[in-house]
Design a protein around this ligand. Structure first.
Ligand code: HEC
Length: 131
């Protein structure tokens, strides 16, 4: 990786960890060039695809039947996020994924991916692995 890319990467890691209010030094996600992500964040994207959240939240997370997750993740805490996915809000049309291990086993990765989208660090819905 080029020196300039490395600096951008470091800056993003720093911003991401600050944003997430994490106390340990591991960043929530790592992004290069806006579309390449670390392995766990990539798993988050694959989980998003596998669970077809886009049916209701739109292909770019910008909202359809369900709200824009770009906006929601600026406000929701991680715990509120996890509870919403686990239990759903059945009366309001948000389904429950608590019994879906594809989603629940990857909930941290899904959160990292969507937080990266919400923060604007991940520039488009589709991401690939950092080479
Ligand atoms: C069948 C449609 C549907 C699917 C599929 C769906 N959602 Fe939702 N989701 C909704 C609706 C509708 C709401 C708004 C509920 C409300 O009004 O409180 C919502 C709310 C949410 C919220 C809370 C937003 C907020 O601002 O409070 C999150 C987070 C969320 N969904 C994430 C997901 C994720 C991640 C997936 C895939 C694993 C998913 N949803 C799949 C319909 C859906």
């Amino acid at each position: 990786m080029k020196f300039k890319q490395a600096i951008v990467l470091l800056a993003l890691c720093f911003a991401a960890s600050l944003h997430a209010g994490e106390t340990d030094s591991k960043p929530l996600y790592t992004v290069v060039d806006g579309t390449k992500v670390d392995p766990n964040t990539l798993k988050g994207f694959k989980t998003w695809r596998a669970a077809a959240c886009d049916r209701c939240h739109g292909p770019n997370q910008e909202g359809m039947v369900g709200p824009s997750l770009i906006e929601s993740l600026k406000v929701l805490t991680k715990e509120q996020f996890v509870v919403t996915i686990r239990d759903g809000r059945l009366e309001k049309g948000m389904q429950s994924f608590g019994k879906d291990p594809r989603v629940m086993d990857n909930i941290d990765h899904l959160y990292a991916y969507l937080k990266g989208r919400s923060d604007g660090a991940i520039k488009q819905s589709k991401v690939t692995a950092i080479e």
